[in-house]
Design a protein around this ligand. Structure first.
Ligand SMILES: Cc1cc2nc3c(=O)[nH]c(=O)nc-3n(C[C@H](O)[C@H](O)[C@H](O)COP(=O)(O)O)c2cc1C
Length: 176
């Protein structure tokens, strides 16, 4: 049995839901799992975990700055452990952008850091127009218009493929 840390960076709360599903799967395989916001992970004794997993969502083309900052601070420690990184974004609803080899945000992010995660994941996120501020709703509708997505401002859709999340969870459980 190993100890896994799932640290997430989120804006609207979907990435922690993915972490909770990963927790269910990995706990089911007998591991001990902690799920925390990335902003609180520094307060933990990171050396105590066998595996550190970072999950982060995309907003206007980027992960939050806290993601690369955390990686820079702890890269040596991350490299000594089992580790993984996954990204959450709406573009990943498309089959030609839903894997580590073809998701543009993940590919760009990996070029910007020197850490090479041992396991990579890409998950489609949630679209929730009623929840967004006016300007964000307008911008996302425009992005959806040009990428053939839903533009009705009442739309709430979870594009996440939960089977894909669970498969990633099983891999995590195996690689600790
Ligand atoms: C203001 C805003 C900007 C976003 N920008 C992008 C983007 O540039 N590309 C993309 O694929 N998804 C984008 N998304 C979609 C989010 O990545 C998706 O909703 C994800 O589920 C958010 O995860 P979170 O709730 O953990 O923050 C954006 C969402 C919002 C609200």
């Amino acid at each position: 049995m190993s100890s896994i840390l799932l640290a997430y960076s989120t804006t609207d709360g979907h990435t922690p839901r993915i972490c909770e599903r990963l927790r269910q799967v990995t706990q089911g395989q007998g591991h001990t799992v902690s799920v925390v916001p990335l902003s609180q992970a520094d307060a933990l004794d990171l050396t105590a975990f066998d595996s550190i997993v970072i999950g982060a969502s995309i907003r206007y083309g980027k992960h939050q700055p806290e993601v690369s900052q955390f990686i820079e601070r702890h890269q040596a420690l991350l490299e000594r452990k089992a580790n993984a990184f996954f990204t959450v974004n709406i573009v990943a609803r498309k089959p030609n952008k839903n894997r580590p080899e073809n998701n543009p945000y993940l590919l760009k992010f990996l070029k910007s850091i020197s850490w090479q995660p041992k396991l990579l994941g890409v998950f489609a996120g949630k679209l929730d127009y009623p929840r967004y501020r006016f300007i964000d709703r307008l911008m996302i509708r425009f992005i959806m218009l040009i990428t053939d997505g839903p533009t009705d401002p009442k739309t709430v859709i979870e594009f996440t493929d939960w089977d894909q999340v669970e498969a990633f969870g099983r891999k995590l459980a195996e690689t600790v």
